[in-house]
Design a protein around this ligand. Sequence first.
Ligand SMILES: NC(=O)c1ccc[n+]([C@@H]2O[C@H](COP(=O)([O-])OP(=O)(O)OC[C@H]3O[C@@H](n4cnc5c(N)ncnc54)[C@H](OP(=O)(O)O)[C@@H]3O)[C@@H](O)[C@H]2O)c1
Length: 256
Amino acid sequence: MISKMNQEIPRIALVTGGNRGIGREIARQLALKGLQVLIGCRDEDKGRHAVEEMRQEGLAVELQVVDVNDPESVSRMTERVKQQYGRLDILVNNAGIIRDYGVSVLDVKESVIKETFETNYFGVLRMIQAVVPLMKEHQYGRIVNLSSGLGAFEILEGLLGLKGSSSAYRISKTMVNALTCLAAQDVAGTGIKVNAVCPGRVQTDMGREAASQAAAEGLPALLTVAEGADTAVWLATLDEEGPSGGFFRERKPVAW
Ligand SMILES: NC(=O)c1ccc[n+]([C@@H]2O[C@H](COP(=O)([O-])OP(=O)(O)OC[C@H]3O[C@@H](n4cnc5c(N)ncnc54)[C@H](OP(=O)(O)O)[C@@H]3O)[C@@H](O)[C@H]2O)c1
């Protein structure tokens, strides 16, 4: 909450890909904490459906149509938020895709790599570039990038028992990690914090697809969306003393 002329104003949070999976649960948990949550969704109908369902739970959520692949869509959304709310306090860069699970780096198509980087890296970069000026105006911002342990160099060295390295997805998350470090440095001293999170292996459309292909490997059970969202929500609501430029899982720092 922000105190302004004896009034308590809720902080405004935007979650990209907030219509399903981990993003929807992050949005839900932020709304339960009393924040005004903007559900970022690239498809208006799907977004409206998600918003209606969440409002039935009594949550303060609004739709913001945004396709992170489309620079025009990102700048239209930023302008609308500026006009309607005058501020954006929290950005959760959750939207992501995987198109090459288990495919070898020797076989992955260039088009698949480009498609994956477009959403997972350029989408995150675009959103950060669009909202940081608005955050700077209010000297407050919390940016959380949904990364993955699969993008960490420590894990890139092993094959995780998969036939192929899923390189397009994994390298896109390595890029997100690098971007997190650099963006955090470039906003230092402005009241904005930028962190990356690995949610763990979570029961979502993406997580289940990966799990069904890896079931034979005897990997541990998938986390619930509530468990997967927890660290992102914590990072989105860090106080002034909280970290910036870090990579976290289960609220603890992990190796890049
Ligand atoms: N699930 C896991 O185990 C796991 C593990 C590590 C990291 N992660 C990361 O966590 C994040 C969320 O994953 P998830 O499992 O919840 O995935 P998911 O169930 O597949 O949901 C992905 C979300 O991203 C949205 N999206 C995709 N491309 C978009 C675009 N161009 N513009 C706007 N929205 C877009 C989707 O929208 P539509 O509904 O329109 O498709 C959907 O809302 C991703 O960044 C993922 O890489 C997940």
